[in-house]
Write a protein that binds this ligand. Structure first.
Ligand SMILES: Cc1ncc(COP(=O)(O)O)c(C=O)c1O
Length: 415
């Protein structure tokens, strides 16, 4: 541990993050406040006090109560939503449901900033059906979100059947113009699978207004729920076709008053549902940590990430790669380029992560922050670092990262 690490924000007391790590990567797996973990524990205790009573009598009403608060947060109806463990499973579930509708030569629109796991599932769907993946290259660095709209719409053809689209891209941290793109694609008869893994809790996000065919998001990211709580939203017209990958006891007929969608997904074999049940606790808990509730949480985190980004850009002498208006609470910063030979030498160093510089920042400075190469470019080319801001972070933590990064980049130039 470093002798004098920068202090996190006073709100860090609500989390149980290791104080000997400067944690600047909320984006990958989130982090759950103590109070929400206590709530999760109380659901587990209830379950273990009488597992049969819990699953037969308590599970559904508790799940419905949590879902109702999540739906209110998202501006949609509870009937639109089911809980699911994560965004990857949700995307795979939707693709499996769509496979019978796809014909050889149909086109599946994606782009080079989509999350790898989702892309892998899309590729498998293409292999199984003969559909063709059409991938748009998103410009990066970028000046305006209209460049994204243009790049994606330019790839639409009469054969486009589905668009896989992130609300916020994982490798680059860009908030895509989904309020323009979703209605435009749907208007053209293209079903949109909106991967909003990062959106709820990061940006204003209203599914009742957006109305994509399908959407998923991870509550365990910016809603700060316990791990393994995500949702799948399916618009009413598509709902009969979407079944879980695994069918359970009630698959033959819907439970009275609940419909096939809830019946299918609410119990997919025995599992621990406590992360789903604690989702409402999370929405309430995080929203109560600052006086202005969720709008203030998002604004503070957004302001802090911009400040952190600017500090780092200044320290290492680069320009921000995207306008402020395209950012939520994660931001990526391009690292200065090396010669191809030095890039190759640096990329050859062993890493437990994506790049040895990330290992060095953790080992020598106790900073947890991700670093990888720019999407659409091969490993060993220009790299970026992606910072996150959550209520527990402080400006001093980004100052500290900026100084560490500057020092290590200078050192790289001698390697
Ligand atoms: C945009 C995006 N989609 C999907 C995922 C996958 O999330 P999970 O691993 O929880 O399935 C992530 C995770 O970081 C993501 O950022």
């Amino acid at each position: 541990m470093q002798p004098s690490l920068p202090a996190p924000s006073p709100l860090a007391e609500h989390w149980q993050l290791d104080p000997s790590t400067v944690f600047l990567n909320h984006g990958s797996f989130g982090a759950c406040p103590r109070k929400v973990l206590e709530a999760q524990r109380s659901y587990r205790d209830l379950m273990e006090a009488d597992p049969v009573r819990f699953f037969v009598q308590l599970h559904e009403p508790l799940l419905d109560a949590s879902r109702a608060e999540l739906a209110a947060f998202l501006g949609c109806a509870p009937a639109d939503l089911v809980f699911i463990p994560n965004a990857t499973i949700a995307v795979a579930t939707v693709l499996a449901a769509l496979e019978p509708t796809l014909r050889p030569g149909d086109e599946l629109l994606t782009n080079n900033h989509e999350y790898p796991a989702c892309q892998h599932n899309l590729k498998r769907t293409a292999q199984r059906t003969g559909a063709v993946i059409v991938s748009a290259d998103l410009p990066f660095p970028i000046k305006s979100d209209s460049q994204i709209t243009e790049a994606l719409l330019a790839k639409v053809t009469p054969r486009t059947r589905l668009a896989l689209l992130s609300a916020v891209t994982s490798p680059s941290g860009l908030a895509l113009p989904v309020r323009t793109l979703v209605p435009e694609l749907e208007r053209r008869g293209i079903r949109v699978m909106l991967d909003a893994a990062h959106a709820p809790g990061m940006l204003p996000f209203n599914l009742g207004e957006l109305k994509p065919s399908f959407c998923t998001a991870n509550s365990h990211k910016w809603l700060c729920t316990p791990k393994g709580s995500a949702f799948l939203y399916v618009r009413e017209d598509h709902r009969p076709a979407v079944r879980p990958l695994i069918l359970s006891n009630s698959a033959e007929k819907p439970k009275p008053g609940r419909g096939q969608f809830w019946t299918d997904f609410d119990f997919v074999g025995t599992d621990d549902p406590s992360a789903y049940l604690a989702t409402a606790d999370s929405i309430r808990t995080v929203g109560s940590l600052v006086p202005g509730g969720w709008p203030e949480v998002m604004r503070r985190n957004h302001d802090l990430v911009l400040k952190g980004r600017d500090t780092i850009c200044r320290a290492i002498g680069v320009e921000p790669p995207a306008p402020d208006s395209m950012l939520g609470t994660i931001s990526s910063i391009l690292l200065p380029p090396h010669t191809p030979e030095r890039h190759a030498r640096l990329a050859a160093r062993p890493s437990a992560y994506h790049d040895a510089l990330q290992d060095i920042l953790l080992r020598d400075y106790s900073i947890q922050v991700p670093l990888w190469h720019v999407p659409g470019t091969p490993p060993g080319s220009t790299r970026l670092i992606r910072i996150s801001s959550q209520l527990y972070n402080s400006p001093a933590q980004y100052d500290y990262l900026a100084a560490a990064l500057k020092r290590e980049l200078d050192r790289e130039f001698s390697l």
